[in-house]
Design a protein around this ligand. Structure first.
Ligand SMILES: Nc1ncnc2c1ncn2[C@@H]1O[C@H](COP(=O)(O)OP(=O)(O)OC[C@H]2O[C@@H]([n+]3cccc(C(=O)O)c3)[C@H](O)[C@@H]2O)[C@@H](O)[C@H]1O
Ligand SMILES: Nc1ncnc2c1ncn2[C@@H]1O[C@H](COP(=O)(O)OP(=O)(O)OP(=O)(O)O)[C@@H](O)[C@H]1O
Length: 260
């Protein structure tokens, strides 16, 4: 995905319908009885992705999984969404496994030696919760008698700069939003008549208390414009976006293998 000058036209209603048809076709070919299993954070991406699955498959084939890490201050937003959509949901709290894994890693840190130094960093911990959520989603999908398929909720803007945890929230069986930038996802959310407080909630990783835009150091408006037009008014921001894109390309490509 490079910035492109001939970016595809976008019409919220038409693209909404396009994704719904895509999901219907994908499930028909890859799990005609299967349910869509989706992590519901209460933010816009999971809300929009879940609503699209409901439109494509009907509410009885969509399972919301709420996965607080201990206590989640905005869990009411996730509950609001599942109730708005009328989908079945379960709460799988990742707090205990997170703590146990942290303990095991801290023990590994204590064993650090000159020839194997290891520290439990904030960055490492921030990616641990998304990976535990991925494990929970695949477990739920496998435990459903009809089978489940895990819905990836990443959008094009996040993917462009690698703003996701590899094999964490970047995982999934199908990615309905990956062709759409953040502003387009917002418009699709509005076209789906989702509660505005969810669609317009400031995106945050739910990991370190900062918004995505604080973490990235630029706004999604700037990023979206750059992806669509190749134009970035601020040279420092352009350099930052280009750098993140280059460094994170590995998240979007299949694992390299030896050619024989
Ligand atoms: N060149 C390369 N080729 C192949 N693999 C490469 C690689 N460079 C790193 N790697 C591998 O990738 C790993 C690093 O990737 P990763 O573990 O993902 O970690 P990383 O990219 O460092 O961090 C993920 C970023 O995404 C943000 N995030 C995560 C989850 C959700 C959201 C959200 O708001 O939606 C945001 C998070 O705040 C953080 O800024 C390395 O440890 C290494 O294993
Ligand atoms: N507490 C949670 N419970 C359930 N799923 C979660 C939770 N946190 C994150 N997820 C899942 O991981 C995805 C990425 O989450 P994250 O909060 O990091 O950022 P996001 O890309 O802004 O998504 P969203 O807009 O849905 O919050 C979410 O879309 C959701 O599917």
């Amino acid at each position: 995905m490079e910035p492109i000058t001939s970016y595809p036209q976008f019409h919220a209603q038409e693209d909404k319908q396009k994704i719904i048809t895509f999901l219907w076709n994908w499930f028909t070919n890859n799990g005609p009885q299967a349910k869509a299993v989706i992590g519901i954070s209460g933010g816009k991406d999971s809300s929009v992705a879940a609503a699209l699955c409901v439109e494509a498959l009907g509410k009885d084939r969509v399972i919301g999984v709420l996965m607080p890490n201990g206590v989640q201050s905005d869990i009411d937003d996730a509950l609001c969404l599942v109730k708005h959509l009328g989908i079945n949901y379960r709460i799988v709290n990742i707090g205990a496994p997170f703590k146990e894994m942290l303990k095991a890693l801290q023990y590994t840190e204590m064993q650090s030696s000159n020839n194997f130094f290891f520290t439990v960093t904030d960055a490492l911990l921030q990616n641990l919760a998304p990976r535990l959520r991925m494990a929970a989603l695949y477990a739920v999908a496998q435990g459903i008698p009809e089978g489940g398929r895990v819905i990836n909720t990443c959008n094009r803007s996040e993917d462009y700069v690698g703003y996701s945890t590899k094999y964490g929230d970047s995982a999934g069986d199908v990615a309905p939003l990956a062709a759409y930038t953040v502003d387009e996802v917002l418009s699709i959310g509005e076209a789906l008549n989702l509660p505005l407080q969810l669609v317009h909630k400031a995106p945050s990783d739910g990991l370190c208390g900062k918004t995505d835009e604080d973490n990235l150091g630029f706004t999604y408006a700037m990023l979206d414009k750059y992806i669509k037009t190749g134009i970035c008014d601020n040279p420092d921001t352009k350099a930052k976006i280009d750098r993140l894109h280059r460094l994170n390309k590995h998240k979007l490509t299949p694992m390299p293998v030896v050619e024989r």
